[in-house]
Design a protein around this ligand. Sequence first.
Ligand SMILES: [Zn+2]
Length: 330
Amino acid sequence: MLFAGIGAEGQRRLLASRATVVGCGAIGAAAANLLVRAGVGHVTIIDRDFVEPSNLQRQTLFDESDAQDTLPKAVAAERKLLAINSSVKVRGVVADLSPGNAEKLLPDCDLILDGTDNFETRFLINDFAMKAGLPWIYAAGVSSYGLTMTIRPGLTACLACLVENGDSGRALEETCDTVGVLGPIVNLVASWQVAEALKILAGRTEALHDRLLSCDVWSSHMQSIRVARNPQCRACVRRDFSYLDGEAQPQITLCGRDSVQIHERSRALDLPTLAFRLRPVVQDVRQNDFLLRFRVALYEMTVFADGRAILKGSKDPAVARSLYARYLGT
Ligand SMILES: [Zn+2]
């Protein structure tokens, strides 16, 4: 409230506002932490993954016990954030944002923050935001490099203007699983992102920079570019929302190095019963309220209560399908 840019009125607005963070890896966790500490009144976190020890180097909301318990990130984040600020509402949603559930999971907010690690989900968010007229803030980081841009429908360029125009500056085709990512860059990008979020939610949109900001914390190279709207843009001009319409949504997708996600079946699984059934036939069955994990041969399968599964140890969709069918049925 002492900061002139926000003041008592801005703080009151923050408390009445609703932000949704999609993806709770390094950027999402850092952003959710800053939003909750700033007193944003309703924060929803959507994430499909669980905490692993290798996340802790950069994902500042989690600790060793979360990894030990293989808690879903959305659940661990909700617990931590409520312990940080009990006067705001925090909701963790364990789900994979997809064309099938985007219109159900995303509408209940004033702003969406990108904490994802892939362009498919970002284009889905972009389509949804353009259709609904909601602002969202793109953010990404890999290696020592990161960038962010605030997108306001009809006022600024959108992600499709930026990327589908072949003018992305630098493609982020490398992933954190192949080249790693430094903690400082993702926390820097999240800080930029949340500063923009506070301007929007506090009603101070005149302070927005409307630029694509990028930075490499290793070379100390920084860039700020104005991105023009594409007058032919598929998404924000022609309103062709092909990602939201879910054309060709793959049912098995690569997720990280040597892992695939199986999400062709949405169904409620009874995890304790499944654990009981699997114990005699597979190794290392572990189960908590949210997921079940087991090993079989060289593979590790993690199954969520909504029927989704992540298979580690193979990139082959056929192997994933076969193991899923063999141990979880169809
Ligand atoms: Zn556009």
